[in-house]
Design a protein around this ligand. Structure first.
Ligand code: NAD
Length: 458
């Protein structure tokens, strides 16, 4: 799309927003219902599209793409009226008499830029929040999942007029053209380096934004943990989507006392998960460059298990690596694939040295049956969100805000947190006129009485 066409589209969205931003909650609920029905009608095409993009198994599409989206839609449909009500707060008695309220107002034109790894859900979930709150939206899906981008475009154009929501497909150049425009809010999900570029580009208009980024997520296994359950939950959270999950455990830190035992449990779990060797229930890597990068990470590493690959299908089997050097590219970058480094630790200090050597992660996981241990982990480390005795499941609770901290992101969303993200709090003090205490007006003849009044606060 040409820059001029984008600019015309934004003018029409501006116009739409000015004339209809006050659309009633009921109208917005009804468009969310239409969106839900349209997604339902195209469910089969969505599953096929994501499979074509990177062979994501149907079960994973249901659990990690469609289910999450339906849940978000249902929640907004149910709660939007309640959340949108202006909130009364107790007035400041200095303003007596007044009634004070916080109004929740949409930002205006929202740009959503989405990644490829959960190509449907990560594109649609922010759109649901933005539209529900009364904004207009331009959605740019990832160029690496073209089939999903097509179905997203089809669904959005069936439900919305372009003035309200439109998909613009394209790669980096399109993204740059979009970012050249003046937006009222930008919602970006993607990598840390691109997040940095995006935040620099939108700084010129000081555009409010959310950045949902990535990082290296530690996963700690204390000797007191239920090791059988831990092995299953870690292998599931790590190898789902072939490890291409922003909140997947990036590396394991295992109490030295149980390292060998736990390693064996991980291997036997993986054998059970993919026992027939067909890897039908296992996604492929997104493209050849990602495949080459990940296979390159394995050079000179000690592979404990896996490491099988096929460049023709971008397949890399679940792979366990023993204690890679921290200066290797495997440990210098977010892995974002089915490679799991295993380290041992002998003291909490050692844990701390390793974890704090990296930027604050998007998530952290700790497996332990000792409360004092998990409390200490929670107090010591800062991270976007975490789970005790499981991995990645904090994502499914829409009552928990989802987002990073520091290099792993800015802001959060999901459920009510999405409502808070896509609205601005607009405070209004409504003063009454039946009483007008004159003390504040010049000439200031009551300095002394005000001073004694101030003594109450000094
Ligand atoms: P990416 O940053 O390469 O791309 C994301 C989007 O940005 C795409 O739509 C792409 O076209 C666009 N883009 C790429 N380069 C750009 C540039 N120079 N200027 C403007 N736009 C540009 O990320 P990806 O490879 O699609 O996704 C993987 C990354 O996303 C991982 O780092 C992962 O951790 C992160 N991620 C984070 C979350 C989260 O919720 N925090 C969720 C999923 C993925």
């Amino acid at each position: 799309m040409k820059e001029e066409d984008i600019s015309n589209l934004l003018q029409s969205q501006d116009q739409f927003f000015k004339t209809t931003s006050k659309t009633s909650v009921l109208e917005r609920v009804s468009i969310l219902k239409k969106l839900k029905a349209t997604i339902k009608a195209h469910e089969h095409e969505i599953i096929k599209a994501i499979y074509k993009d990177f062979q994501k198994p149907e079960f994973e599409v249901y659990t990690t793409e469609l289910f999450v989206v339906y849940k978000e839609l249902n929640l907004f449909i149910k709660k939007l009226k309640q959340w949108s009500k202006p909130q009364s707060v107790s007035p400041a008695w200095l303003n007596f008499p007044s009634s004070d309220k916080i109004h929740f107002v949409p930002w205006g034109k929202v740009l959503v830029i989405a990644p490829w790894n959960y190509p449907f859900q990560l594109a649609i979930t922010p759109v649901i929040g933005a539209i529900a709150c009364g904004n207009t939206v331009v959605l740019k899906p990832s160029e690496h999942t073209p089939h999903t981008a097509d179905i997203l475009e089809k669904i959005i154009s069936e439900v919305f007029e372009p003035q309200q929501a439109k998909v613009i497909q394209g790669a980096v150049e399109t993204s740059k053209k979009l970012l050249n425009q003046k937006w009222d809010y930008v919602f970006f999900t993607g990598s840390v380096p691109v997040g940095r570029i995006v935040s620099q580009q939108i700084a010129k208009h000081m555009t409010p934004h959310t950045l949902e980024l990535g990082g290296k997520n530690p996963c700690i296994i204390d000797a007191s943990a239920n090791l059988d359950v831990a092995a299953k939950r870690i292998c599931w959270g790590k190898f789902l989507n072939a490890g291409q999950t922003c909140i997947a455990p990036d590396y394991l830190l295992i109490d030295a006392k149980i390292k060998t035992e736990f390693q064996e449990k991980l291997i036997s779990t993986l054998k059970t998960f993919y026992e027939d060797g067909s890897f039908d229930d296992y996604a492929r890597l997104i493209h050849a460059d990602h495949f080459k990068k990940l296979v390159g990470y394995l050079k000179d590493q000690t592979i404990i298990y896996g490491g099988d690959s096929d460049p023709d299908t971008n397949f890399l089997s679940p792979t366990l690596v023993d204690s890679p050097d921290f200066s290797s590219s495997l440990m210098q970058e977010e892995i974002f694939g089915p490679i799991l480094p295993l380290y041992s630790y002998s003291s909490f200090d050692e844990l701390e040295n390793i974890i704090t050597a990296f930027d604050k992660p998007l998530s952290l996981y700790a497996f332990s049956s000792r409360k004092e241990f998990t409390d200490r982990v929670n107090e010591k480390f800062d991270f976007g969100g975490g789970v005790i005795n499981d991995t990645i499941v904090h994502f499914v609770n829409d009552k928990l805000p989802f987002g990073g901290v520091g290099a792993s992101g800015v802001g959060n969303y999901h459920g009510k947190a999405s409502f808070d993200t896509f609205t601005r709090k607009k405070p209004i003090v409504n003063r009454k006129t039946w009483l007008d205490i004159p003390i504040k007006y010049p000439p200031y003849t009551r300095v002394n009485s005000f001073k004694s009044f101030m003594n109450l606060f000094r």
